[in-house]
Design a protein around this ligand. Sequence first.
Ligand SMILES: [Zn+2]
Length: 187
Amino acid sequence: MAQIKILIEGYLSADSGGKTCPTITLVRDERLNIIIDPGTTPTAETIVEALAKEGLSPDDINIVFLTHSHYDHFKNISIFSKAKLLDYWGLWDNDKLESAPEDLTDDIKIIKTPGHSDDNITMLVKTEKGIVAICGDVYFKENFPEIDPYASDNAALFLSRELIKKSADFIIPGHGRMFAAKPQNCG
Ligand SMILES: [Zn+2]
């Protein structure tokens, strides 16, 4: 089974005096160490220090996974110079783009979840506690916002949210803590 660790719990500018940081997540499975949305952070050291607590350095990261290509989600990409980049268009190995498999490993699946942006993708991770969806700004934080003022397509966004809630037990949103996908998982 894959393992998930939230390295940095994100926040929104409206809650944080104008500062924005995405929720930055580490997923480990088989021989892969994956960082999801390396962010904007207070400094580049913030993410390096969080990784060190997990016994990893930036060079141990094999894949950087981008839920979507908004600046606040990718600013720190260059810290991970040895990693491939997985985004909507595929798996980038420096200047070479390969098509990405839908199943990255037996326990990690990638699905398309457009709406906040046309290029939004979600990682579904099978863990001991259930399936976790790491979805970027499909939700900014728990079931918020109801209507996304920045959405490229709100109708598509609602369908993506339905798909995620159907597919997962827990959701890691773009800028907040993990929450239960379905009410029966509460408490
Ligand atoms: Zn964001």
